[in-house]
Design a protein around this ligand. Sequence first.
Ligand SMILES: Cc1cc2nc3c(=O)[nH]c(=O)nc-3n(C[C@H](O)[C@H](O)[C@H](O)COP(=O)(O)O)c2cc1C
Length: 322
Amino acid sequence: MQYRVRDVAIDPGLVLAPMEGVTDLTFRRLIRQIGGCGLTVTEFIPARSLASEIPQALGLAEFDPDERPVAVQIYGNEPDVMADGARLVADLGADILDLNMGCPSKKVCRRSGGSGLMKEPALAREIVRAMRAAVDLPFTVKMRTGWDADHRNAPDIARMCEDEGVDALAVHWRTREDKYGGTLDWSTVAAVKAAVGIPVLANGDIVDVPSAVRALEQTGCDGLMVGRGAMRDPWVFRKIEAHLAGRPEPVVDLAERKRVLLGYLDAIRPNFRSDKGVLGRFKAIAKHFTDGVPNGDSLRPAILQSKSIEEAVEHVEAFFAA
Ligand SMILES: Cc1cc2nc3c(=O)[nH]c(=O)nc-3n(C[C@H](O)[C@H](O)[C@H](O)COP(=O)(O)O)c2cc1C
């Protein structure tokens, strides 16, 4: 499975979803090293901060020279500022510019950013148009299926995006009101796929081969985007890729899982000024990672309750030695 965002080939058509506080450069490197992922996306970055070249925003937009193709995602609610943000993304040398129309957070939505834009189609169009006019870069939009169950307008927004020159879309099956709950329903994503000619990615609760196969069957989408499933199982892309290509899925033994988990911990150490920061980030990943490990139920609370990095490492060592 592969698709193109205009001239950029995404092969395989499996994309690591942007996740604030997770998909920083270190996590994306981990996923790239394991393989099977055709595109990585930065965490969302406020267009205003990026356009003003605030160091923290520039840091979020950083990618490795060989992290290709890579998309930088921005959000905001002012067309001219979004256009400035888009220009900065192009200047940074990203392959793809991505607009966040999916974030459910109150703070972002209150100012008509993220999924708040889906409630304001006229403003959404203005923003997409301004960004499109600002850069020649391949341009994608990530959205939810709508604001709530009564307003699943993703097919309309998708058509608008296509009309305005967007090159591909990713659609999370949930509405904004679903937040991270709701009952899995791919029908609106399928409706988006049917409504437009540009590639569409299905997103939401794809965590393994069966859920990936179901999403493809039920939506007819061109590719898949995986977020939390990649924290649970960083090999998920390779497994899905192998399955779709008719190859046996890679088998990951416990020694490899341990190596990756502790390797990740080492890799994030320089990213934080305090051990507390390192431990916090490690816990955020480990709570999902332990879901993908047999008997992870006993490791998870041990890591989450650890008061120091050393204690967390001891728990990991003891668990994998058992
Ligand atoms: C911790 C976390 C942070 C997220 N941050 C972003 C973000 O910065 N930009 C974005 O478009 N979506 C963000 N999302 C949404 C994901 O990209 C994805 O759409 C959602 O988690 C559903 O996919 P999944 O079930 O595969 O995780 C975030 C999700 C999580 C769990």
